[in-house]
Design a protein around this ligand. Structure first.
Ligand code: AMP
Length: 281
């Protein structure tokens, strides 16, 4: 496995591969890798000759007061996981490589990024869209793989590549969960043992909604109230949002009809966790 830290070197490597007609598959991450990330590597591997995984904790997608400074960066462990997963190139730039001190161009998505996480993290998706666009220009992938875990991010990236005619195919991977249902996340390591138990409320809420849909309930207000009262019993949980939105437009719906994304953001103690499922009726 090659480890590349320089933007110029990564671009040269990508150009070389493309000249040889080899397909590049790309998995962008912020590191602290887990089986969710590695499932995306597998999807990339199936579609590409060269698999590039990037690790970059992108400062411009964090708001002041968020966990940028303390975001876990277990570099050696990540390197070993990439090697074992069959990653060909680990692209691991530092901040100075990625951003000039006076960088001033951003990509702004103005529709899909308004609600859900965008409402409580203003500017977050501009940071995401900007860094993904930059990484696409550096890694030059044919195929890039993103997780459904970050459902809104996935849709924003789709919209960006459509609206800016970026010649990259986006594929998505399903949410990978721990044995007890908790969605894998680099942030799970912030949880205390008691909070780890409480964190199951996200997955259980989604299971509950699915069971109510099977019973025939379609009214979103009823479902949201039921979820809120169940979550009120979880000691460390503070609901940021419980949203039922159209899976394409991400606009709120009043009834569960067609494809509806149920998305949750819940603080467990000080740790903000998200999870989601798509209901199709
Ligand atoms: P992150 O390192 O959190 O920025 O995530 C990098 C990529 O991995 C994103 O496309 C995420 O959606 C994806 N991802 C994170 N957690 C999971 C998971 N539990 N299952 C599947 N994909 C995931």
């Amino acid at each position: 496995m090659e480890m590349i830290r320089s933007v110029r070197e990564m671009q040269q490597r990508a150009l070389e591969e493309r000249r040889k007609g080899r397909l590049i598959g790309f998995v962008p991450t912020m590191g602290c890798l887990h089986a969710g990330h590695l499932s995306l590597v597998k999807l990339a591997r199936a579609r590409a000759d060269l698999v590039v995984l990037s690790i970059f904790v992108n400062p411009i997608q964090f708001l002041p007061g968020e966990d940028f400074a303390c975001y876990p960066r277990p570099v050696e462990r990540d390197e070993a996981l990439c090697l074992a997963a069959g990653v060909d190139v680990l692209f691991y730039p530092d901040n100075d490589q990625m951003y000039a001190p006076d960088h001033s161009v951003v990509i702004q998505e103005t529709f899909l990024s308004q609600g859900l996480c965008g409402a409580s993290r203003p500017g977050h998706f501009n940071g995401v869209a900007t860094v993904v666009a930059k990484l696409f220009n550096i890694v030059m992938p044919d195929v890039a793989v993103f997780g459904q875990k970050d459902a809104q991010q996935l849709r924003v990236i789709h919209r960006m590549i459509r609206d800016l005619n970026v010649p990259v195919e986006i594929i998505s991977g399903p949410i990978v969960r721990e044995a007890d249902g908790l969605a894998m996340s680099s942030r799970n390591r912030y949880l205390t043992p008691a909070e780890r138990q409480d964190a199951l409320c996200l997955h259980r809420s989604l299971d509950y909604v699915e069971s109510r849909i099977r019973e025939g309930e379609r009214d979103v207000e009823t479902l949201r109230n039921e979820l809120a009262s169940r979550l009120a019993h979880v000691p460390s949980a503070r609901v940021e949002y419980i949203e039922f939105v159209n899976d394409e437009t991400l606009r709120p719906v009043a009834r569960v009809e067609g494809a509806v994304l149920v998305a949750l953001a819940i603080r467990i103690g000080t740790t903000r966790l998200i999870d989601n499922t798509v209901l199709r009726s």
